[in-house]
Design a protein around this ligand. Structure first.
Ligand code: RP5
Length: 166
């Protein structure tokens, strides 16, 4: 039986972020990558966020994905407390429609990177694919699945082009 110990941790700034961030879990499941999802707010529960990040590597996690909106400091706070790669997904929903979250996530000071992806569900999907790409560096089976994923996308574009030409 395959090992189901989570290797990717998906952290939400709030339970209200769940619907969008489920896209990340779906992608990881498609690739057969065990993951876990939890909530830890950078501002409302800073101790929980720090403790999660500090304990992540020791529990076998390899990549963290953080999704948060508004003043989205969650990914940065996690990155402050771990040497694991952290992928940040800025989420919309505020009066500033996610521009606040984008800048809060991406503008990390030198020395503490957060790999920031697109806003919302597209970003959640890309965060998961980026996590798979990181894991694939030491997992040839995952690398093969990524090749198949790219081939499937290219084939879909070919079909669209054929439909437009017909
Ligand atoms: C952020 O504030 C969360 O990540 C969420 O996107 C946003 C609103 O949170 P709730 O008020 O819905 O809990 O911290």
């Amino acid at each position: 039986m395959a090992d189901s110990t989570p290797v990717v941790g998906i952290v939400l700034g709030s339970g209200s972020d769940r619907e969008v961030m489920e896209a990340a879990r779906s992608v990881l499941e498609e690739f057969g990558v065990p993951c876990e999802m939890t909530v830890a707010s950078a501002h409302r529960s800073p101790e929980r966020a720090a403790a999660y990040a500090r304990g992540a590597a020791g529990r076998g996690l390899k990549v963290l994905i953080a999704g948060a909106g508004m003043a989205a400091h969650l990914a940065g706070v996690l990155a402050a407390h771990t040497t694991l790669p952290v992928v940040g997904v800025p989420l919309a929903g505020s009066p500033l429609q996610g521009l606040d979250a984008l800048l809060s996530t991406v503008q990390m000071p030198p020395g503490v990177p957060v790999a920031t992806v697109a806003l919302g569900a597209a970003g959640a999907r890309n965060a998961a694919i980026l996590a798979v790409q990181i894991l694939a560096l030491s997992d040839p089976r995952l690398a093969e699945r990524l090749e198949a994923h790219k081939a499937a996308m290219a084939a879909a574009v070919e079909r669209q082009a054929e439909e437009l030409a017909s």
